[in-house]
Design a protein around this ligand. Structure first.
Ligand code: ZN
Ligand code: ZN
Length: 209
């Protein structure tokens, strides 16, 4: 198996296994042309959207037009299809979030399929990582976890998204603690570089929430 990362604002992952090629997340809307090129060159069998935030799903409509099967947890479908417009950022201007969401092309419901925890996706296991959003998921294979915004990578280690960006910060912290207890080798966040288990454990053990 291989893990390759492209930064289309948020990280986009190109995962291969003997079962096929899986793309995880689609980047932000301004990167849609780069995503279209990636879809042509990588030719994924499916695209998993870890959650509906526009920096991860902003290009998903391009994949839908290209006929790539899109998968996401059912709790994320209403935001992906534009039935709801919850978006907890930009920083200090959360009232702009719904407007920004409405300016983004959405995904037709018929293009979306459910991704449920425990499901096999082209050789990768879907893992529930709720808290940042209600239906956030990652994928796991051989100790490698694609963790979306359950954790953020920075030069000084692992962080949680700030509480204002988490749908349920306590649940996000519980998810991080669960990740710290998993038998992992590599943790790939939705923003920043790869993290080691010790870095995630150090953040999970911090007392300040
Ligand atoms: Zn997010
Ligand atoms: Zn993000």
């Amino acid at each position: 198996m291989t893990v390759r990362v492209r930064r289309l604002y948020a990280n986009v992952f190109l995962l291969t296994s003997p079962q096929g090629r899986l793309m995880v997340d689609s980047g932000a809307l301004p990167y849609a042309p780069a995503l279209a090129r990636l879809l042509r060159t990588f030719a994924p069998g499916a695209l998993l959207l870890t959650h509906a935030h526009v920096d991860h799903a902003g290009g998903a409509f391009v994949a839908a037009h290209a006929g790539v099967p899109l998968l996401a947890h059912p709790l994320e479908h209403p935001a992906l299809t534009g039935q709801v417009h919850d978006l907890p950022y930009p920083a200090r201007r959360p009232e702009l979030g719904p407007l920004i969401s409405r300016l983004h092309p959405k995904v037709p419901a018929r293009a979306l399929r459910p991704a449920l925890p425990g499901q096999d996706l082209l050789g990768w296991e879907v893992v529930a990582l709720p808290g940042h959003t209600p239906g956030q998921v990652g994928v796991l294979r051989d100790g490698v976890l694609i963790a979306a915004d359950a954790v953020v990578g920075a030069g000084d280690g692992a962080h949680l998204p700030r509480a204002a960006y988490n749908h349920d910060h306590a649940q996000a912290l519980a998810t991080l603690k669960r990740m710290a207890d998993m038998d992992l080798r590599e943790i790939w966040p939705g923003h920043g570089g790869m993290l080691r288990p010790a870095q995630v454990r150090a953040r999970a053990e911090r007392a300040d929430g």
